[in-house]
Design a binder for this molecule. Structure first.
Ligand SMILES: NC(=O)c1ccc[n+]([C@@H]2O[C@H](COP(=O)([O-])OP(=O)(O)OC[C@H]3O[C@@H](n4cnc5c(N)ncnc54)[C@H](OP(=O)(O)O)[C@@H]3O)[C@@H](O)[C@H]2O)c1
Length: 282
């Protein structure tokens, strides 16, 4: 069984990504939310996914600020699906408190931003990466896809057929060299730190012969409840200027996911990519 873990599934991009995976792949999905009821979210996610909903489990109450919840979620996946079952760990948790100046910094809020945006991703990887197949296990999985009697790659091109994937929603504003305007101290700093986490993780994955590659990703400015306080509820999509609907964002995101590879000259691992598939400099 091949499993996708989607962390931060209750709204915006996490909800849409979960639905996309259920519609367009054969992966089994464990969708993690810090909200407390799973049946309500299961119904919300299951809209328009057809038979895909049979492959969905929602694990609720998984607040990434508390490690035990993530540990329990990973134990559940291991018990039900086995070690070596996880093909994708997608971390979407993120909060933005848009401080414009030093005077707006609140310690508790800034700490919570780091806990969710940076350490929450790190702890998710701590508990789920051990469930990703190593290269040897992955090779034997791959050879079963050649067997006409057995199911083909369940990721159906959404992830490269030669790898598993650790995928963190970062943001262009986490780039230090791109910072021309300042502001948003805790969000920018937490995403810059997340990029470093992704880089370290990718080295560890490569050193330990994991089948996974780790990347950070900037989805563009997407019209979700996350951005509406900043760009307004009535903002319109404008692809030319990088302002995307959720559907456009998921389409671009899953295309980039499918391109990530350790083959060829382009080094994808440990770097941050945007929705056009272009690298964002740190
Ligand atoms: N929208 C954009 O334009 C944009 C641009 C650049 C980067 N991003 C990044 O993309 C990601 C998703 O953004 P979005 O637009 O989809 O925003 P969103 O709808 O607000 O999603 C944020 C997610 O964070 C999760 N979350 C918040 N607090 C959490 C906690 N304590 N524990 C676990 N999860 C928590 C929530 O998941 P649950 O409620 O299910 O737990 C929620 O689904 C974020 O990391 C954001 O920084 C977005």
């Amino acid at each position: 069984m091949s499993v996708a873990i989607v962390q931060g599934c209750s709204s915006g991009l996490g909800l849409a990504l979960t639905q996309h995976i259920l519609r367009h792949t054969n992966l089994t999905v464990y969708a993690l939310t810090h909200q407390s009821t799973s049946s309500e979210f299961r119904d919300r996610i299951a809209v328009n996914v057809g038979k895909g909903k049979e492959r969905l489990t929602v694990l609720s109450g998984v607040d990434v600020r508390e490690e035990r919840g993530l540990e329990k979620a990973a134990e559940t996946v291991k018990e039900r699906e086995g070690k070596g079952s996880v093909r994708l760990v997608a971390c979407l948790a993120g909060v933005l408190h848009a401080e414009k100046s030093l005077g707006a910094i609140d310690l508790e809020t800034a700490l919570s931003t780091f806990q969710i945006n940076t350490l929450g991703h790190l702890l998710t990887y701590k508990h789920f990466v051990p469930l990703i197949p190593n290269k040897r296990e992955f090779k034997s999985l791959q050879s079963s896809w050649q067997d006409p009697e057995k199911p083909k790659d369940p990721a159906r091109g959404m992830i490269g057929r030669d790898n598993s994937l650790c995928f963190s929603l970062s943001a262009r504003v986490g780039s230090i060299s791109d910072n021309e305007r300042g502001g948003w101290y805790s969000y920018r700093a937490s995403k810059a730190a997340l990029n470093q986490v992704v880089r370290c993780l990718d080295h560890e994955l490569a050193n330990k012969s994991s089948s996974a590659i780790a990347v950070g990703y900037h989805p563009g400015t997407v019209l979700t409840s996350f951005t509406s306080p900043i760009i307004g509820k009535d903002a319109k999509p404008d692809l030319e200027h990088g302002r995307l609907t959720v559907d456009q964002a998921i389409d671009s995101m899953t295309k980039v996911m499918g391109k990530v590879t350790r083959e060829g000259d382009e080094k994808w691992g440990g770097r941050c990519w945007d929705w056009k598939g272009e690298r964002i400099e740190w």
